[in-house]
Design a protein around this ligand. Sequence first.
Ligand code: AMP
Length: 212
Amino acid sequence: MDITVFLGAPGSGKGTQAKLLVESLKFLHLSTGDVLRNAIAANSPLGREAKSFMDRGELVPDRTMIGLLVDTLHQLPSVNGVVLDGFPRTQPQAEALDTEPSAKVSKAVYFEVPQRDLIARLTGRRICKNCGESFHEVLLPPKIAGRCDKCSGELIQRPDDSDAVVQRRLEIFFEQNDKLVEHYERTNRLIRLDALGSVDVIHQTLSRLLQS
Ligand code: AMP
């Protein structure tokens, strides 16, 4: 299975771009954050374990995440390609993914956004309580305030997008990121993407990069 990994800080637009690629290139989007949020909603043992870490903006331990990812990959239908959004987040996760026989990471796209822009992007983010679609109060407002364009569900702030938790999530990202970038750079798989422009322009650039 051919995998493209999306690296980048929370709020760098990885999820938004992954969803657009699902429509245009028929990729499958696998977000470990979404898998964990679904587990929390279902109150499963995984959800109960993950919640305490997620509420504080901490990472769920590697052992749990690696097991979860391998299980999820084995259950996927055969597809054009998979965009992995939110995994790996640590060097051990990247190494585990490279040794997984059913997966081949051919590219790692690093969404680069200056640190000062990330806080505004995260705290302005709103998601649909019903279908999970993502909006932004300023950058990607819904057509009707407070309502999802797709299903009219109520838009809410993710609990971990609050000011205090956002600080911790960014701190952790910057602690781990250099090693991850280096991991994919060393093996000639890294693509740097300026992720500060409009959603449409970034989508076009990304589609070109992934098809070349
Ligand atoms: P995200 O939706 O990708 O921002 O992820 C939300 C939260 O889920 C993160 O802040 C972590 O607590 C947890 N999480 C998601 N993916 C991972 C991962 N690969 N490793 C550890 N924790 C993760």
